[in-house]
Design a protein around this ligand. Structure first.
Ligand code: NAI
Length: 339
């Protein structure tokens, strides 16, 4: 019985992936920072996605090579490489989804906030171009610190008069991917069946996994939940240290970015019930931006879902993350208004 349930679930997924997901829609996706550690594997994964008809790969250097390479993969989308600021407009024009993994990654000893000044400037200039060339695109922000780069993008779009809160999303999928993997290992359940919502923000203690809502249910002790929470919050550091100076997560981030972009495309194409966690403009708490489950649809973020019932431990986590998240949001807003 279990096997037949599983195979019908697989069939259902395949149907959603292929025929029911609008694979015939024309969709242009632009990747900004496409020659980087995340950008290159992400470009490849987007080339594998049947929902993409045009793939624009933009970077300040190296994109002609990446684009030529990826373009030989025999899948649907047409690939074009764009290099340097003078080609940014062309890269963006007509885009339905813009994915931004441009910037510098964290090195050992650096906090996400250390990245702030460099990445904030990059995000500001890229978003100024998005407002000009594809103001209706759904922007997937990967560049860190996401807690600040999303508010920066919002301010840039507001200033340009193009802000639409449904079209700006911070990509937090990597922590969800990690939490699923770590939970499956600890709870000894099949990883493909695991769901763990993550709320709050996207750095350190602002990452709040809701293991009390994780499925399939498992009887984990308080200590085990605490260890899983800490490991999820420190997942990036685990990778940064293991890479010993060569950057942060790139391959798992590219995977996570591709999963999230796929969900965005499905939503835009009208697939119902596409739910992912994301850092968005929000009324869930008193903070103007907050990560939680969102429903993606034809207009981007159709609905921001609430927290649901949370445990005492999670309530404490929520309380402790608020001041840091507030400060990171304010830092982004302030940066956007400078110069
Ligand atoms: P990387 O240094 O390998 O690649 C970054 C790319 O951005 C480079 O090719 C660089 O030329 C390009 N770039 C720099 N300035 C640009 C501009 N003005 N326009 C277009 N492209 C530009 O770095 P990596 O490892 O790919 O990381 C990229 C970003 O993603 C970093 O900000 C990193 O912190 C962030 N990140 C986010 C994660 C998340 O969970 N949201 C996880 C891991 C990294």
């Amino acid at each position: 019985i279990w096997k037949s349930v599983q195979s019908s679930a697989n069939r259902h997924q395949l149907l959603r992936r292929g025929f029911g997901s609008g694979a015939s829609c024309e969709r242009k996706v632009a990747v900004l920072g496409a020659a980087g550690g995340i950008g290159q594997p992400l470009a490849l994964l987007m080339k594998l996605n049947p929902l993409v008809s045009r793939l624009a790969l933009y970077d300040i250097a190296g994109t002609p090579g990446v684009a030529a390479d990826v373009s030989h993969v025999n899948t649907r989308s047409e690939v074009a490489g764009y290099v340097g600021e003078e080609q940014l407009g062309q890269a963006l024009e007509g885009s339905d989804v813009v994915i931004i993994p441009a910037g510098v990654p964290r090195k050992p000893g650096m906090t996400r906030d250390d990245l702030f000044n460099i990445n904030a400037g990059i995000v500001k200039s890229l978003c100024t171009a998005i407002a000009k060339y594809c103001p209706n695109a759904l922007v997937n922000m990967i560049s860190n610190p996401v807690n600040s780069t999303v508010p920066i993008a919002a301010e840039v779009f507001k200033k340009a008069g193009t802000y639409n809160e449904r079209k700006l999303v911070g990509v937090t999928t990597l922590v969800v991917v990690r939490a699923k993997t770590f939970y499956a290992g600890k709870a000894k359940v099949p990883v493909a069946e695991v769901n763990v919502p993550i709320v709050g923000g996207h750095a350190g203690i602002t990452i709040l996994p809701l293991f009390s809502q994780a499925t399939p249910k498992a009887n984990l002790s308080g200590d085990e939940i605490e260890a899983l929470t800490k490991r999820t919050q420190d997942g990036e550091t685990e990778v940064v240290e293991a890479k010993a100076g060569k950057g942060s997560a790139t391959l798992s981030m590219a995977y996570a970015g591709a999963i999230f972009a796929d969900a965005c495309l499905k939503g835009l194409n009208g697939v119902p019930d596409v739910i992912e966690c994301s850092f968005v403009q929000s009324n869930v708490t008193e903070l103007p931006f907050f990560a939680s489950k969102v429903r993606l649809g034809k207009n981007g973020v159709e609905e921001v879902l609430g927290l649901g019932p949370i445990s005492e431990y999670e309530k404490q986590g929520l309380e402790s993350l608020m001041p840091e998240l507030k400060a990171s949001i304010e830092k982004g807003v302030k940066f956007a208004h400078q110069s």
